[in-house]
Design a protein around this ligand. Structure first.
Ligand code: GDG
Length: 483
């Protein structure tokens, strides 16, 4: 059996992403089954996929021969196969050890390897071929993220009739960083295959337009377009637009979950288990070196060492979701974080009372919502982050207007959430002071800030994001201009 393939059915709207929105789930002793993966992207796109006879092109997440059947009448799936060496070179290598660090301010040194690049090109080619094979004439194709930056041009070569949008979920770096990339021209030309290139922030779009100018890839013009489009690149025969489309969350869905009995009860239990009157600080991140987990732990340790907090009155819960575990920088990051947690608990803990509860695991949606609700202070301290959905989710999960959000200036979310307690995570004493201030925030101010934050996250949810990108995509011209 294989993942349902519908190559015979041409589709008018296609989402192309590294991963299909499904994963294998164990079923006792029976064979594992395919399940829908929850996530903002799927819930935002599902109504559109359904209404427009849409389909999703992506990798199913296994390098084995053929995935087991996945049946879902609403979501047609086109799996793109990857073998073990492609997973290593295209995904772990070029995507996550070259592009990921380079695009996040090179906070870890990016590695440049020819073999990884070749694999990236080859896999992008395969994605383009699969997409070209199933798109209906004049279809709209929306390509997602840094793993697939060559697909827009590769697809256009094969299918000049389709309308192509691309959205980058991670930051687009300033030209002086991007230019380190040995294959910089190829990557920029890949993106220029799109009709619309979307970024999280206006700064990303401007970096891209500047880079195009620096590399002489077309005549780039800032402004002159209705927002959120910030500029255009004129190429022979066609125009590429670039703009900012800050992604968001399924606010209503999370709010409903936050109101549920199960979540409210679980939040109570968590508070009780952690010691009733103790203040709870919370971190939820993929275990990634860009997330500033070490900075946050160092600041927490500083507060304990200076006696500004004690293990009696404050506890930090850190959920660190396993991520990219075979990539060297990730292994080292895990070792660093775990050494810090051990040191803090060893120094400041007592039997039955440790200051840091560290979980290297994934928790389910209910548990996550309950943790958000139990927290007094949410710590989101990345060194660089495209957006950061955790910050928005925390806000959506707090209809009680409780909790304070400490948010790094270097998260995309900081541009939209100025009512958070903004902080520079590189500045240790400032981070300590901000964390302490969040613990002591006066109730009136805390409620006021939370109300404003919630207003924003309600108005600008993931549906707004998808609508604004797709309507910008449909408004512009596309493809080759006749004559
Ligand atoms: C990239 C960009 C951008 C985490 N642990 C658990 C869990 N999560 C969920 C969170 C959140 C998501 O994972 C993480 O999203 P972030 O936005 O925080 O970060 P990245 O994974 O780095 O995402 C980022 C995003 O793309 C979207 O464009 O915002 O800047 O780096 O939704 O809730 N979910 C569950 N259990 C966990 O243990 N259920």
């Amino acid at each position: 059996p294989r993942v349902r393939h519908t190559a015979d059915q041409e589709t008018e709207f296609l989402v192309v992403a590294n991963r299909l929105p499904v994963h294998l789930e164990a079923h006792g002793t029976a064979e594992p089954r395919w399940q829908r993966s929850p996530g903002g992207l799927v819930s935002a796109l599902e109504p559109i996929l359904r209404a427009r006879r849409g389909a999703w092109v992506g990798w199913a997440g296994t390098t084995g021969d053929t995935p087991v059947a996945f049946h879902d009448p609403d979501l047609r799936l086109h799996p793109v196969p990857l073998n073990e060496s492609e997973y290593r070179d295209y995904y772990e290598g070029f995507s996550n050890a070259t592009l990921w660090p380079l695009f996040h301010d090179a906070v870890a040194p990016p590695e440049f390897k020819q073999a990884w690049w070749q694999s990236y090109r080859q896999v992008n080619q395969r994605f383009a071929e699969h997409t070209a094979a199933v798109a209906a004439p004049g279809a709209t194709v929306w390509i997602q993220d840094y793993q697939l930056m060559l697909v827009p041009a590769l697809l256009r070569e094969r299918r000049p009739d389709v309308r192509i949008g691309f959205f980058l979920h991670i930051p687009f770096p300033p030209p002086e960083l991007f230019l380190q990339l040995p294959w910089r021209t190829e990557v920029v030309d890949g993106l220029l295959g799109a009709d619309l290139v979307g970024f999280q922030l206006p700064g990303g779009a401007r970096n891209f337009l500047q880079l195009v100018r620096r590399l002489h890839r077309g005549e780039s013009v800032a402004g002159g377009q209705p927002t959120p489009v910030l500029g255009t690149v004129r190429l022979p025969g066609r125009t590429v637009r670039a703009g900012a489309f800050p992604i968001s969350i399924d606010t209503a869905g999370l709010e409903a979950l936050a109101h549920s009995e199960a979540v409210r009860e679980r939040a109570q239990r968590i508070r009780h288990r952690l010691g009733g009157s103790r203040k709870i600080m919370l971190g939820v991140d993929r275990l990634d070196y860009t997330k500033g987990i070490d900075q946050r732990l160092r600041a927490f340790e500083g507060l304990l060492a200076k006696n500004r907090i004690t293990a009696q009155d404050t506890v930090l819960v850190q959920i660190a979701t396993p991520s990219r575990e075979r990539v060297e920088h990730y292994r080292r990051q895990r070792a660093r974080v775990e050494a810090q947690v051990g040191r803090i608990n060893g120094t400041f803990g007592q039997v039955g009372r440790v200051p840091v509860h560290y979980l290297h695991t994934t928790v389910d949606r209910t548990e996550l919502a309950a943790l958000y609700q139990a927290a007094d202070v949410m710590l989101v301290t990345p060194l660089r982050d495209g957006m950061n959905l955790v910050a928005k989710e925390f806000v959506a999960a707090r209809p009680d207007l409780g909790g304070a959000l400490v948010l790094s200036e270097f998260a995309g979310a900081a541009h939209e959430l100025p009512q958070a307690l903004l902080v520079n995570p590189h500045h240790l004493s400032e981070l300590e002071d901000t964390m302490a201030a969040a613990l002591d925030l006066e109730e009136r101010e805390r409620r006021h800030r939370m109300r404003e934050l919630r207003r924003h996250v309600r108005e600008r949810d993931v549906h707004h994001w998808a609508r604004s990108f797709l309507s910008a995509l449909s408004e512009g011209g596309h493809g080759a201009v006749p004559g």
